[in-house]
Design a protein around this ligand. Sequence first.
Ligand code: SF4
Length: 354
Amino acid sequence: MRNDLTRNDFTRNDITRNDWMSLADRSLEAGGISRDDARLALAAPEDEAYELLAAARRVRVAKHGNRVRVHVLMNAKQGACPEDCSFCSQSSRFDDSGRRTKLETVESIVAAARHAADNGAWKFCIVTATRGPSDADLDRICAAVREIKRTIPVKVCTSLGLLDDAKAARLAAAGVDRFNHNLETSERIYPTICTTHTWRDRVETVRTARRAGMEICSGGIVGMGETDEDLLDLAFALREVEASSIPVNFLDPRPGTPLGGTGISIRRRLTPLRCLQVLAVFRLIHPAADLRAAGGREMNLRSLQPLCLLAANSIFTEGYLTTPGNRADQDRRMIEDAGFTMEQVAAAPDHVAV
Ligand code: SF4
């Protein structure tokens, strides 16, 4: 009899579509589902993604209502990165275009933040392609952050590579709300993705940013050859490092990179339903997180993009670091048509409405 089974007795053969909804209760009661439950949900046939999304939606609404946080990225220093992340077209190893830009000026960073806020952004993220920030880069970025926090109603995140305590303290003192540093994937397969630094280096930078008092934004990329166990490793490592913001990216293979070439055929194919299934499972594992349908949303979810809002409570708009995305007005329309509202930030201290 089904009622005689404890939860740990569930197996793939026992669980039915209706059981997926019980994961929502377990997620809300326990602050996230167990690894065993998450494993079953990730292994479900793709056509059960809708039931998993319904469970994820219950959690999303309980924790985040119908609000959507829109994030905007600024690639403030592009290209010529010395690292060798095999998905990234900004690595000097995979980009022979000679592209190299200097760090944007304080004025241009502030102007971009103002543009983002005027378009309804909740958070503005300053990103540089680098192993880690130089002191000179930090001088400029901190000056820009101080000006943004004083005059523009938007949260600020920075993503600047590896940090030490002194650099993290400078960013926190300037008013950075969040620091982004993705764990990207499992520790197990990270050496196949990158050789110039380790997964442990990334965890250490996340911990450094947290010690300095910044919120942690950390997520990963789906579709880089990982197994379900790797995805679970990533999801539960993010719980361990207490990531309050989790961007889930879906690989958009970039020409010239190791993950953009013929190797694509040997990896598990990402379909729109598979992407939604992964997002739903991440929501069930991380009920309170600011969960984001991040890079690769447009090309991987295609016409199912609005459904990501049933699990995720945030998205990027106006593109990514090296690829274009939807325009802000397109995403605003998608959010409103799906019955959600964009979350706003209270006015900055010296904000002047225009
Ligand atoms: S992901 Fe970041 S650190 Fe890695 S190569 Fe690209 S810009 Fe450099």
